[in-house]
Unconditional design. Structure first.
Ligand code: ADP
Length: 182
């Protein structure tokens, strides 16, 4: 069965604004926001903690089974929010939004969050080396990967979310209305 709504990945280095964007987009569209970090924690989909970085090592099979059970492949309308995107099968995903942030702004946000030492450094390196953008481009078709700035200039949050909403409208026209009319 064809999906009625697209599935959207919002990715980027920690602190760029994924959750903030995903929550507003979910509110405006009625889509379901799935914070992968939250699910991993709540459902216990992790093996061990990387002690040095303080991050969970995710049990990917369990996570994928859980996501499949949400109906994202049949119904759509899901926003996946995570600092990685290579795990999600291409057939599930219609748009990949990679949020980017000025390094000074990001540094402040991460410091405020209590990141320090190696964890802070690695995340800064990841943003500077645009690791998530490369990961998105390697895993998905170029035309579905969009890079948006989320440094907090000129109310970029509303602007970015507005752009994604317009894209959703267009997706519906191209994929649902057209097919219904055939
Ligand atoms: P992530 O989910 O990527 O870790 P968050 O959404 O938690 O990032 O955002 C981190 C912090 O940065 C929050 O305090 C949030 O309010 C702020 N922030 C994120 N995006 C913007 C933006 N575009 N403009 C202003 N502040 C932002």
């Amino acid at each position: 069965m064809a999906r009625k709504n697209p599935n959207i990945v919002i990715t980027g280095t920690p602190g760029v604004g994924k959750t903030t964007h995903a929550e507003l987009l979910a509110r405006n569209t009625g889509f379901k926001h799935i914070s992968i970090n939250q699910i991993v924690k709540d459902e216990g989909f992790h093996e061990d903690k990387d002690e040095e970085l303080g991050s969970w090592i995710v049990d990917e099979d369990k996570l994928l089974d859980y996501l499949e059970a949400t109906g994202l492949d049949s119904e759509g309308g899901v926003i996946l929010d995570w600092h990685a995107c290579d795990l999600f099968p291409e057939r599930w995903i219609d748009l990949v939004v990679v949020l980017r942030c000025d390094t000074e702004v990001l540094y402040d946000r991460l410091e405020k969050r209590g990141y320090k030492g190696k964890k802070l450094e690695e995340n800064m390196d990841s943003e500077i080396m645009q690791v998530l953008l490369e990961e998105a481009r390697e895993n998905y078709k170029e035309e579905i990967v969009v890079e948006l700035d989320s440094s907090g200039k000129e109310e970029d949050l509303e602007g970015n979310v507005g752009r994604i909403e317009q894209w959703v409208e267009q997706w519906r026209k191209d994929n649902v209305e057209e097919k219904d009319g055939q």
